[in-house]
Design a protein around this ligand. Structure first.
Ligand SMILES: [Zn+2]
Length: 153
């Protein structure tokens, strides 16, 4: 999933109003960004454990929550930011294994040995429907909330 994560990032702006959109988009993409990071430093992550497991998602959330709290001094922003990080794991759990692009691995929970997934992306129509629905819904919510904000001024 890629477009779906981005859509959720846009939707996140409707509840995380104090945070800039780019920060919310980073939050939803943290597992993928970490995946690139681990590849860059030469750490093989074949099963996605280090970047996409529920355990590591919790670790990324814990580290991020400290940073977000230092910046915003409020737990609400921490909750929104961490919720967006966990949304990545949940969306991947629903969509993996990504049979449409030949990836038969599911997603890890607490160990690299076993993977899980509901397999929405085993078919191309399922994948496309999910990606574009989330993208358009997210951007739609963002636009509606932006217009509402401007009207109420
Ligand atoms: Zn991912």
């Amino acid at each position: 999933m890629l477009l779906g994560h981005i859509g959720i990032g846009f939707a996140g702006k409707t509840i995380g109003k104090k945070m800039p959109l780019w920060l919310l988009l980073i939050a939803v993409m943290i597992p993928d960004l970490m995946s690139f990071f681990f590849i860059l430093i030469g750490l093989a992550d074949e099963t996605g454990f280090w970047s996409h497991s529920l355990l590591m998602t919790t670790a990324f959330s814990a580290i991020s929550s400290v940073i977000i709290f230092i910046i915003y001094r409020h737990f609400y922003e921490v909750l929104v930011f961490c919720g967006l990080i966990y949304s990545h794991w949940l969306c991947d759990y629903i969509s993996w294994p990504l049979e449409v692009i030949g990836m038969s691995n599911g997603i890890n929970i607490f160990s690299a040995k076993k993977t899980y997934g509901l397999g929405l992306y085993q078919t191309l129509p399922g994948a496309l429907l999910c990606e574009f629905t989330l993208l358009f819904l997210g951007i739609g919510l963002y636009i509606i909330s932006y217009r509402y904000k401007n009207k109420s001024k």
